[in-house]
Design a protein around this ligand. Structure first.
Ligand code: PGA
Length: 261
């Protein structure tokens, strides 16, 4: 796992946007896996700027989001469909029919999960998956205890996750208790993975994910099994990494050898 430690959240956003833009530039029909939450918003802002400056077009891009709350309709202001429309899709030239987010308000949840997997497969799989990380180590809504081979399915949210996300709702009671999420098995099939984390509240989760044992108790630790994962963190989120200096030296070495830009 490549660990990139940058000074602040703005640099993390810039790095992520550049990686995504480079993926689209080299393959206009890229299939991107996208994430919601506070962390990726800065990267989405940068991508919108690149689009406005006519340096990037999303017209042939297909997207799949990681997850959606169960019980919220797509037009609910706290739904992830609403979040993506507001924070990215309506500002760029992506075709809305090419953007996919699980539907959390359907009667047949199992069919919705199976269909989502099938749609990812029909699109040719995910070229690049963007991830955040929960304070409990989750990726998508794969909470601690999730199978490391799981597919898109319904997961019950931990109380920690519900508290973390209560800021998007008027009260904790309104936060849904479950969600549809891509599984860790689905995520690990992405050709490349980019996990972003900023702020000191993510330092424990990042340490456990990167330097701890591979365990269902820290779902993000499954990324240790993936051969093309980049973890991009600011100094605050990197603060508890034992091998901090080594990661910094590895980046310098990679640049010296011309292996990374
Ligand atoms: P955050 O959420 O970006 O809002 O911190 C991350 C996550 O829960 O995966």
């Amino acid at each position: 796992v490549r660990i990139v430690i940058l000074s602040d959240a703005v640099s993390v956003a810039e790095f992520a946007a550049e990686e995504m833009a480079a993926a689209i530039s080299s393959k206009a029909t890229s299939v991107l896996g996208l994430a919601t939450g506070g962390t990726p918003v800065g990267a989405y802002r940068q991508l919108i700027e690149l689009y406005k400056n006519r340096r990037l077009s999303f017209s042939e891009v297909t997207t799949f989001n990681l997850d959606e709350y169960i019980g919220l309709s797509p037009d609910h202001p706290a739904s992830y469909r609403y979040f993506m429309n507001e924070n990215l899709f309506r500002h760029i030239d992506v075709q809305i029919k090419s953007t996919h987010i699980p539907l959390g308000d359907v009667s047949d949840l199992i069919a919705e999960c199976c269909n989502y997997e099938a749609r990812i497969e029909r699109a040719g799989g995910l070229d690049l998956q963007l991830l955040g990380i929960g304070t409990d180590g989750h990726i998508g809504f794969n909470e601690p205890g999730s199978s490391l081979a799981g597919r898109t399915r319904v997961k019950t949210l931990t109380e920690q996750t519900r508290r973390d996300n209560a800021r998007y709702f008027s009260s904790l009671d309104e936060v849904p208790t479950s969600a549809i999420t891509m599984g860790i098995g689905t995520i690990l099939e992405a050709k490349r993975i980019l996990l972003l984390a900023t702020g000191s509240n993510k330092a424990d989760a990042i340490r456990a994910a990167v330097e701890g044992p591979l365990t269902t108790s820290v779902p993000a630790s499954a990324l240790q099994l993936h051969s093309a994962t980049v973890v991009v963190v600011d100094e605050a989120a990197a603060a508890k990494l034992d091998r901090h200096d080594y990661y910094r030296r590895s980046e310098l070495e990679g640049r010296r050898l011309g292996l990374i830009r």
